[in-house]
Design a protein around this ligand. Structure first.
Ligand code: ADP
Ligand code: ZN
Ligand code: ZN
Length: 725
């Protein structure tokens, strides 16, 4: 009888012992089904154990070990253990998050192509050509090369044994056969690199193998993607796998196509939460078995097991979506850097507007830096100008200058984008006679007016209802939408420019990936003249006809409470402004503001990210904010605010008893948006100047917190390196 330690997806810090009659060390890293309580759970074997922590006789027996998928390798188990340790999350929950749901359920990998057609991959051909020492694998490859490709995996396995096929796949010598149709899509001619791109590629390749973190800081349109592709190409030719992270699912289709076209002979796998269970499991298993050459995905792809990993790319590394905001609050970018160190491979973080943490690391020479200052296609950066709206009469939020600029674009057959980061028609409905406002019954937030489908909707908890015809409080018939969202701007633009095709691009217009793709296609085909968009429009897209970006309502973020608000605003404006003039036509960005002399706007107008970053970092240094300190936030929520605060007070007392030198513990406070979906929320910040001090403290503190009895229905979570404070 063997004792196995199983990580189960439960909010408990420990692993669980089970007995298994037929288990061996080869089962470490395999999924299992085990009895738990009165039911059954699936989990992962993380270790074998000589002795059980409970009485052997009371030990339950595993129901099933899933052996039709290779076990997760040791380095992968180390990775999830690190994430559990650093973010102080239960290992079972990290495993649950890292594994695709289908695989985790251990019910057999449905939808996997069990028996793919294989052929000799480019790396294999290279191996045949090179003068290598004779080996069993090489002899087999030579034999296969005499034969007519492709072959079913089962056929080779039958002929040569499963181990031999595995070996060839691991080396990348064999790959899944690419069908002819796909192969014909290959772009034969690569664009000549610009000098800056060329020196970035060379510099990164020249340092050779081994861990190093690079910041590729390239202005919008400078061709960072081309740099990624060249680096990837080099890695593939050496038989290595590449992990490429992108911030959002919305961005993957375009990039997927581009990567698939460039590497038609390689196996490109995408991993993101929008995939069906079967496809996600299949992609994960292909990565695990070494079939996948490139894994392209959102933050969860950082957990793809990659036996031949050679390079990690993180595009738009500053993007907030790399940080998971519920459950295990990991940062995929930070985990990627850790993985690079663990696997001793280079990591490239790319952005036009790096996070200040990354930028600071690069200036402090902890990260190596490559800069792209020139756009690859466009002759120049767009001109950026502020429109001082203090003394102007605005027409539904639009200044005469912006309207004139749009009109000009229409006359020239070019596209304009009005950027407003607020969807809906108006942020609130209110009654001028009694002061009633449309509050969400479950949150400390207003219900947003959505005129397109005549609803009042909460953007936080999602609850919605019809728009009342009269004030629910006093019966006044004349209730008014206050403020402005994308729908309102869209409506006004349609009135102002009846001949123009106005297209709104926000989360309401693009609910599904399909809708989103069709919107993008419409824009790219020139099927729209004026776009009204939220931050969805800010990232990564390339529309050659788009020459004007008008920014409306940005000032609100200048005065936000969060110390990261200016950084986010600058990033957003630089990104969205970067959509203008990416083709051969020059671009212009107009920012409507009441603070035209604000340094943030001045730096933006000069495209001077570095000056902005220096200014912000100076402030952060004097205020003692990250990256000069390390933070963790303990959050609690409950139906009653008192329960949440009381728990945090108690946690604070526990913290004070054991606080090491250099740890600062703040008072518990209600969160800015206290109520969310009927729960009241409060938070407690702890901070230290050294990561080690904070981490050492958290380990003991969190262990104690797990042992506390809490009020009914109270929940708490720890957020290490929180993005929102
Ligand atoms: P970034 O991600 O830095 O904003 P992209 O990688 O999207 O920029 O590149 C911007 C545009 O320039 C794309 O249309 C891309 O195809 C093109 N491009 C990039 N590098 C080159 C090059 N060396 N020669 C010609 N076109 C290029
Ligand atoms: Zn009223
Ligand atoms: Zn709500």
């Amino acid at each position: 009888m063997t004792i196995v330690r199983v990580a189960l997806p439960l909010p408990l810090p420990q692993v669980f012992d089970y007995a298994a009659s037929d288990a061996s060390a080869a089962d470490i890293g395999r999924c299992v089904k085990v009895p738990f309580g009165r039911g059954e759970r699936s989990g992962l074997i993380v270790a074998l154990d000589a002795e059980a922590e409970v009485d052997l006789a009371r030990l339950k027996t595993v129901h099933h070990i899933q052996r039709d998928v290779p076990p997760l390798p040791a380095d992968w188990l180390e990775l999830v253990a690190f994430v559990a340790r650093y973010y102080h999350a239960p290992i079972g929950e990290v495993v649950a998050l890292a594994l695709p749901p289908g695989l985790r359920r251990a019910d057999g990998v449905s939808g996997e192509d069990e028996d793919p057609l294989l052929e000799i991959a480019p790396v294999g051909h290279a191996a045949l050509g090179a003068a290598r020492r004779p080996s069993k694998a090489l002899a087999l490859l030579q034999a296969l090369a005499q034969d007519v490709a492709p072959w079913r995996r089962s056929v080779i396995r039958e002929r040569e044994g499963g181990e031999a096929v595995g070996e060839l796949l691991r080396r990348g010598w064999l790959g899944v056969a690419v069908d002819e149709a796909q192969r014909r899509g290959t772009t034969g001619v690569l664009p000549a690199l610009t000098d800056e791109q060329d020196s970035a590629v060379r510099a990164i390749l020249q340092t050779g193998e081994g861990f190093r973190t690079w910041l590729l800081q390239g202005v919008t349109g400078s061709g960072k993607t081309e740099v990624y592709l060249r680096l990837a190409e080099q890695m593939l030719s050496q038989g290595r796998q590449v992990l490429m992270l992108v911030p959002e699912i919305a961005l993957t289709p375009q990039l997927e196509r581009r990567v698939a076209q460039r590497f038609a002979a390689a196996n490109v796998v995408s991993l993101h939460s929008g995939l069906a269970d079967g496809a996600r499991s299949r992609g994960f298993v292909q990565a695990l078995s070494g079939h996948a050459d490139i894994v392209l995905g959102t933050r969860l792809a950082v957990f793809a097991p990659l036996p031949r990993l050679g390079l990690i790319l993180v595009d738009e590394e500053h993007d907030a979506s790399y940080k998971q905001q519920e459950g295990v609050r990991y940062s995929a970018r930070d985990v990627a850097v850790w993985r690079g160190r663990q696997r001793d491979v280079p990591v490239v973080l790319g952005s036009a507007t790096p996070s200040l943490e990354t930028w600071y690391h690069a200036r402090a020479e902890r990260y190596a830096l490559q800069v792209l200052n020139q756009r690859a296609v466009a002759a120049s950066m767009p001109t950026v100008r502020c429109i001082d709206v203090r003394r102007l009469k605005l027409d539904e939020g639009l200044s005469p200058g912006l309207k004139a600029a749009i009109e000009q674009r229409l006359a020239r057959g070019e596209q304009s984008l009005v950027f407003l980061n607020r969807r809906g028609y108006a942020p609130v409905l209110s009654c001028p006679s009694c002061g009633w406002v449309s509050r969400c019954p479950h949150c400390s937030a207003n219900l947003v007016v959505h005129l397109a489908d005549r609803r009042l909707r909460c953007h936080h908890c999602g609850c919605d209802g019809g728009i009342p015809h009269a004030c629910p409080s006093c019966g006044n018939q004349d209730i008014q939408p206050f403020g402005r969202g994308t729908q309102r701007i869209e409506a006004r633009l349609a009135e102002l420019f009846p001949q123009a095709r106005v297209l709104r691009v926000d989360r309401d217009a693009a609910r599904t990936r399909k809708q989103w793709e069709s919107l993008l296609a419409t824009i790219a085909e020139g099927g729209a003249d004026i776009l009204v968009g939220t931050q969805m429009m800010a990232k990564g897209h390339d529309f050659p006809k788009l020459t004007l970006v008008g920014v409306v309502g940005a000032d609100a973020s200048l005065h936000a409470a969060d110390f990261r608000a200016p950084e986010r605003l600058f990033q957003q404006l630089m990104q969205v402004g970067g959509r203008a003039g990416r083709g051969t036509l020059p671009g212009e960005v107009l920012i409507q503001t009441e603070y035209p002399a604000h340094p943030l706007y001045l730096h933006l107008a000069r495209h001077d990210f570095d000056a902005f970053a220096r200014m912000e970092l100076q402030e952060r240094r004097s205020a003692g904010f990250p990256p000069f300190t390390y933070q963790a936030m303990l959050r609690a929520d409950a139906p009653a605010l008192d329960d949440a605060v009381e728990f945090l007070r108690h946690a604070r007392r526990l913290a004070e008893e054991r606080a090491p030198e250099g740890l600062r513990i703040y008072d518990p406070v209600p969160m800015r948006m206290t109520r969310l979906a009927r729960r009241e929320r409060a938070q407690l910040l702890v901070e230290a100047d050294q990561r080690g001090v904070l981490q050492g403290f958290l380990a003991g503190w969190v262990a104690l917190l797990y042992c506390q009895r809490t009020a009914r229905e109270l929940r708490w979570q720890l957020d290490v390196d929180p993005l929102e404070v």
